[in-house]
Structure formats: C-alpha cells, structure tokens
Design a protein around this ligand. Structure first.
Ligand code: SF4
Ligand code: SF4
Length: 452
C-alpha cells in the first residue's frame, strides 16, 4: 500500500522552510529587500518596495494577515504549522533527530522515549559534542533572525567591530542563549506549556478540521475516561496489536490512542509508524490525518464551509487593502539630521544672518528618476540658502544633500536664552507633484545678546 511517508515529506518541508528563511534576507529587488524591518533606518522593505516610518501603518495589516493565515491553516489542517513549519519544531528536529540521532547515534528516530545510556562514557562525549554543535547553530539561527532587522550587507560589517554595536551583539546573544536553553532543555515542553498558540488553537477546530486521529472503531478502545485499560485493546476484532510503535516514535511523548491532546503537534510520525506495522498485516494505518466528521463516517470532510470561506474573504480584503495602500505610498523617503553645530551668526549688510546645516538623506523609492527640491513651510522667515536648485535622483537611488537653512529676520526676542523651533520641511518631486513628504527639523535661534 503506497501511502505517503509523512516524516520524509515533513523533513522536505522543513528543509525548504529553513533554506527559505536563510535566503530571504539576501534576496533584493532593485536593491531593496523582499522583507526587512529596519528600526535603524526607520524603514520597512517589502517585496522590493520601501516604506518609511510614516508608512508603518501597513505593519498591523501585515500582522493581521499573518495571524489570520495561521488561524485559517489551523481550522483546515489542525496544528500543521506546529509540526511542519514552526521554527521550534524544526530546531528540535535538527538537534534531536539530525545531530544527536543521525550524526552521533545517541537514539533512533523510531524510539524517542528511550533515554540516552550515560553509563557509557562515549555517550557523554557525544552528548557534549552535540550540544556544542547546537550552540554554534543557535548563534547562526539568532543571526539569521537579526538579518530581518539589520540587512546582511550591514550585519557582516557591524560584527567586525562588535564593541561599536552592543545592541546587535546583545540581541543575538540573548536569542542564542534562549535557543540553547529551549532546544536542549525545554524541548517539546515549550509547545505544550509555554506556547500561547496552543492555548487558543482548539477553539479553531470544528468537525471538519483534519488532525491526527486514531481509528478506535477499527483499532479498539484502549483508554476509558483517560485511563489506560490494558496493554492492547481487548476486543476479538480489534486491530491494534499493542506494539506501541506509535507511542515510541512520538516526539511529544503521548499516546494518540487516548484521543486529541494538547501536546500533539500533528507531525503524523505515529501514522507512519502504525502504517509499517499494519502493512505487514496487509491493512492500512490505524492513525490517520482526517476530520472528526470523516472518522465518524458522517461523510467527506467539508473544506468549503462558513469558517474557511470567512477566512478567505478576510484574507483577500486585507491583501487588497495592503496592495492599495502600497500603491498610494509617497514615492520617496527623507531623513533629516542636524549637524552638530547649533548655528552660525554672520553680518550680511545690516542684518544678522543665522544659519544652520542639515544632512538630508533622500531616497527615490519610485521606479522612475525624479527631480527633487523642498521648501520651508514654517516658521515664517526661515529660508533655504543651499542648495539653490533641484537635484536629480535615479529610480531606487539615494542622495545625500548638505542643506543650509537661514533667517535674516529675528525669529525670537529672548535676550538671554536660545529659542528652539520646529521647522516644517516639505520635499517634493518637481516633475510629479503627487510625490511629496513633510518632515520636521529643529532650528535653533540664538539669544539676542549673541547677535552682533
Ligand atoms: S501523537 Fe502522533 S502526530 Fe501527535 S505529536 Fe505524537 S507522533 Fe506526532
Ligand atoms: S502502532 Fe498501530 S498497531 Fe501499534 S500500538 Fe500504535 S495504533 Fe496499535
């Protein structure tokens, strides 16, 4: 009987998810990442489009989309995310099955309940070596996470001078320490006890949700009121052999014959184990990925139902809104930094000219080149000394402009203290008036006693 081997399929999905997670931070379109949330540059890059902080209103929609998507997947396929896509499960598979099991032979995949035999000194050495390999991988995983916040091209420059980037180094260290503790000590206890998602997922289940179900009609009843009543079901026609292959293989150490349990991560390894046993008897696995409706013989699983249609409608609405909002983006980014010098006072004719320098960092996020300039909206009397004319920035390119603002009129009449103003700047593309942003910069006007 050629049924799919779930564990092989699961390992392929996990390998793909891992490769994708590592690759995504490196993929760019027009020099912009397909996902980057940079707090440093106050910028979100999504599918090659850059959004600045004013456009972060997209984030709640993206989060909503992410949560609803996981909820929809749970309603349709149970805890399939937990067993097949969650980083926690993938890290455990790498540590327990790959490093400890496959590389060092400390245990077999088909028996995850057997404790490591530490009476053999070699096993202690192997366990220590497995731990050290995981420590290295934990730092790699933590770095991989940080690449979604700090682009890899900057990350690899920053880590050459760790003392100058304590926040980044601290973040990686904390995440890595957590992963070491979580994966080598907590294990699947994290899924059953700590993960908040496990607490809410049962409310998303209905009779058509597919999850791991032991076929009690065929296999026979082994638990009564949660209490095990024997080594194997007692009925003469009960097919379960009591071999416990399904229990031994379970990574969360449960017996699926007891029914749906909080600890079950839907990995379906028990289904594979039972299939091998049952195939020897020319029968199909007693443990299936099916719905309560199909298991009870009430007809086929209904994938199109009120809940799944509602999720599809909501996800479509959010995706449409995100696309519409991305289309209405400003088309440029602008960061303004004031130079360290507060102001300069000079005599121009009969007037005191007060000026200050700023660094304007422009980014043309449009796919066409534009000619940019700007104006001072307020306070009245504050003007642009340089640059005196618009400048060209190519599609997707950046430009740094040294800007000098000045005032020949007295902006504040305080004789002893400097006055601080919020200068409102409006920058725009001269050739496309739809592209414009407003930013604030601080302009300091000196106390009158300092004027010449
Ligand atoms: S009961 Fe089966 S599906 Fe659930 S966690 Fe254990 S092995 Fe995986
Ligand atoms: S693997 Fe199948 S036959 Fe063996 S104990 Fe589990 S359910 Fe019964």
């Amino acid at each position: 009987m050629n049924l799919p081997s779930y564990h092989k399929l699961r390992y392929c999905v996990m390998a793909f998810a891992t490769a994708l997670t590592i690759a995504v931070p490196f993929i760019t379109i027009n020099d912009r990442h397909i996902f980057l949330l940079s707090f440093d540059h106050k910028r979100l890059e999504l599918l090659g489009v850059a959004f600045d902080t004013q456009e972060f209103y997209l984030m709640p929609f993206l989060l909503m989309f992410g949560f609803l998507f996981v909820f929809a997947v749970t309603t349709i396929g149970g805890r399939v995310w937990c067993g097949w896509g969650c980083p926690q499960t993938i890290y455990r598979v790498i540590y327990r099955d790959l490093i400890e099991g496959l590389i060092f032979g400390l245990h077999r995949r088909t028996n995850r309940q057997k404790a490591i035999d530490y009476s053999k000194p070699i096993n202690k050495i192997k366990k220590a070596a497995a731990f050290l390999i995981w420590v290295a991988l934990a730092f790699l995983a933590a770095s991989n996470f940080s690449w979604f916040l700090v682009p890899p091209e900057e990350f690899f420059v920053y880590i050459q001078n760790p003392s100058e980037h304590p926040v980044l180094i601290g973040m990686i260290t904390i995440i890595a320490l957590f992963l070491i503790f979580d994966v080598t000590f907590l294990g699947e206890k994290f899924c059953a006890v700590i993960c908040p998602y496990v607490r809410v997922q049962s409310s998303m289940y209905d009779r058509d949700t597919i999850y791991t179900i032991y076929d009690e009609k065929r296999g026979g009843k082994l638990f009564d009121g949660g209490v095990k009543i024997g080594k194997k079901p007692l009925g003469a026609n009960d097919e379960c052999t009591g071999c416990d292959a399904c229990v031994l293989v379970c990574p969360t150490h449960i017996d699926i014959r007891k029914g749906l349990q909080l600890e079950c991560i839907n990995c379906l390894e028990c289904s594979d184990a039972c299939r091998i046993v049952m195939n020897r008897l020319n029968r199909s696995s007693l443990i299936k990925w099916t719905s309560a409706r199909a298991d009870a013989g009430e007809g086929k699983t209904r994938f199109l139902r009120f809940r799944t249609i509602a999720y599809a409608v909501l996800l479509t609405l959010i995706a449409t809104a995100v696309l519409a909002m991305s289309g209405a983006k400003e088309g440029m980014l602008l960061d303004i930094t004031k130079s360290s010098r507060l102001y300069k006072i000079e005599k121009v004719g009969d007037v005191n000219r007060v000026s200050a320098d700023y660094i304007f960092l422009f980014a043309n996020t449009d796919d066409k080149p534009h000619s940019y300039y700007f104006e001072v909206v307020s306070p009245e009397g504050l003007k642009i000394l340089s640059p005196s004319r618009a400048f060209q920035i190519g599609a997707g390119a950046k430009s740094k402009e040294i800007v000098t603002l000045y005032s020949d009129t007295i902006l504040a009449d305080n004789s002893t203290e400097d006055a601080k103003f919020k200068a409102q700047i409006r920058a725009y593309a001269e050739d496309d008036r739809n592209i414009s942003v407003e930013r604030e910069a601080v302009f300091i006007y000196p106390a009158l006693s300092k004027l010449k």
